[in-house]
Design a protein around this ligand. Structure first.
Ligand code: ZN
Ligand code: ZN
Length: 360
């Protein structure tokens, strides 16, 4: 990422503070701190105001912060919020915005303790997340690399998928290959779900072994240079029967219909509706128990959400997942998921992995 990009991001957020009726914003969430400064440490806060910004961290990160960010850095001992509040008081800020969805109650108490007479705290929601929805060209390139690493890891690791291998072993292999190929690690806990366990949308891999004539669901994503990828693919061990093939085709058609609906200006719920309509035609809509997708970037789940009632219009540069699925207790589940970028004319699927049911 170009160093100038971080200061440009800070300036754009800073320019919205007057409209939000605050003098400054206290940034708590690590991905937001990273987005604004490039700092990747686990303990960082930012104080941002129209003409400047300060990054607060502790002595463990002094060298790292100097290497990673062009933002002014304050090294504080102990908890960071008292130092943040002292800096705010010194600049006589009266209305201080804070991230209401990203703060523990005891952190809020620390902010309150640091208020000077006449100053107040203003809860804000999604101030930075709204800007993060639309990715820069540099960010899209990083997501593309993460997607490619993820797909390459899938291809390598699946060579070891055979009857007798446990879900846990296969998940470890997927994670290992990801790291070998350049990922910092998985973006979320890798899902490997065999047979009827694939009906659990977020199954945690266990000692269950892969068996003949069963479905296998893999949902995996890499985190690389901070950016996430996300993909779900299905395999079958043996020759799939008519029911599996029929269900697989229905989910694939739903996924393709949803991708075809992605374009700038489309409301998020329309993408979800396109997938749901296909599944309803096959009387499978009741088995589709989650939203069709989500934004991703520095976090695996970001705005916008692609679900019922979600009105956020898509815009060029957003990166989302499209992942309809059906889950039938006792039988299994089928989910197909790609990482997709919204382009000027529609969309581009970043995930290179084939969407044919993988036969093992
Ligand atoms: Zn996923
Ligand atoms: Zn996902």
């Amino acid at each position: 990422m170009h160093a100038k990009e971080f200061s440009a991001r800070r300036s754009r957020i800073a320019a919205t503070l007057a409209d939000r009726n605050v003098d400054a914003l206290i940034v708590s969430a690590a991905p937001n701190v990273r987005y604004l400064t490039g700092f990747t440490g686990s303990n960082g806060r930012v104080l941002l105001w129209p003409s400047g910004a300060l990054l607060f961290t502790d002595p463990r990160y002094e060298i790292q912060a100097a290497q990673e960010t062009d933002c002014r850095v304050k090294i504080a001992r102990g908890t960071l919020y008292p130092a943040v509040m002292k800096a705010a008081a010194g600049r006589k800020f009266r209305r201080l915005g804070f991230e209401k969805g990203r703060l523990a109650y005891e952190d809020y108490e620390q902010l309150q303790t640091g208020l000077t007479l006449g100053a107040s705290l203003v809860p804000l929601a999604g101030a930075i997340e709204a800007q993060r929805m639309v990715k820069s060209r540099g960010e899209i390139e990083l997501i593309r690399r993460s997607v490619e690493t993820n797909s390459a890891a899938f291809e390598r690791a699946m060579r070891r998928a055979r009857p007798g291998v446990s879900e846990r072993d296969l998940a470890a292999e997927l994670d290992y290959q990801m790291r070998l190929l350049g990922a910092d690690g998985p973006a979320f806990d890798t899902i490997v779900a065999a047979g009827p366990r694939s009906a659990l949308p977020h199954a945690h891999p266990n000692a269950t072994t892969l068996r003949h004539n069963q479905l296998l669901l893999i949902d995996m994503g890499a985190s690389q240079e901070g950016y996430a990828s996300d993909m779900s693919r299905m395999a079958f061990l043996g020759r799939p029967g008519l029911k599996v093939r029929r269900l697989y085709r229905a989910v694939l058609e739903a996924q393709l219909a949803a991708i075809a609906a992605v374009r700038p200006g489309a409301r998020s719920e329309q993408i979800d509706g396109a997938a749901r309509r296909v599944l309803r035609a096959g009387k499978l809509d009741k088995a589709f128990v989650h939203a069709t997708g989500h934004g991703l970037g520095l976090e695996i789940h970001e705005a916008p959400r692609l679900g019922k009632g979600q009105k956020t219009p898509l815009a060029e540069g957003m990166v989302i997942t499209v992942e309809p699925g059906i889950y039938l207790e006792g039988f299994g589940g089928i989910r197909i998921e790609d990482t997709v970028v919204v382009t000027q004319s529609g969309s581009s699927v970043l995930t290179p992995t084939s969407k044919d049911l993988l036969i093992l």
